[in-house]
Design a protein around this ligand. Sequence first.
Ligand SMILES: CC(C)(COP(=O)(O)OP(=O)(O)OC[C@H]1O[C@@H](n2cnc3c(N)ncnc32)[C@H](O)[C@@H]1OP(=O)(O)O)[C@@H](O)C(=O)NCCC(=O)NCCS
Length: 169
Amino acid sequence: MVANEITIRVATPADLEPLSVLIAASYATLGEAAYDREKLAAAMPLMSRANPTLLASGTYFIAETDGQIAGCGGWTFEKPGNGERVDGIAHIRHFATHPAHHRKGVARLLLQRCLDEAARAGATIMKSQSTLLAEPFYASAGFRRVRPIDVEMSPGIVLPVVEMERSLP
Ligand SMILES: CC(C)(COP(=O)(O)OP(=O)(O)OC[C@H]1O[C@@H](n2cnc3c(N)ncnc32)[C@H](O)[C@@H]1OP(=O)(O)O)[C@@H](O)C(=O)NCCC(=O)NCCS
């Protein structure tokens, strides 16, 4: 599959159910990234559903190929977790590619859309809280590792991720 057969559209709240199925399938592959099994099992129900706020944001996208949803991802000025906004800083949100479509350029195309839009909207830095599995993906797009962080998904449920960032454009 080549990149020009992948189309990108803005997600809507009507995409909630199919995207949740895709995200759950995608995040199930995180076990390949040396995550502690118990931590992953506890965090999975919290992170493997599509986020209704993102779906309504206008900056969350769906990649389709052959009429099927292959991936999703977006960006916001709000920081994930606390919603904090800092001038010029944008954040990558909830990227996932269905395992059947891994390594076909789906996430790369979604990411390019996010980087382009965020730069046009005035962002000069894009940040990502990358899963351990996704670090090489963001690195391939010019992100640098800032530091490892623990994301508290809910009280007592913590997932180690890597804070990454790159400048825009
Ligand atoms: C991370 C993820 C979104 C990447 O999606 P993808 O559509 O397979 O990525 P792409 O095909 O666009 O990859 C683009 C480039 O990123 C790098 N890359 C992607 N996945 C990689 C991997 N597993 N190992 C090493 N490099 C990788 C490669 O350089 C790749 O280019 P190449 O295939 O020409 O070598 C996908 O693995 C995924 O859904 N993972 C589970 C959920 C997750 O961790 N989401 C991220 C949340 S922060």
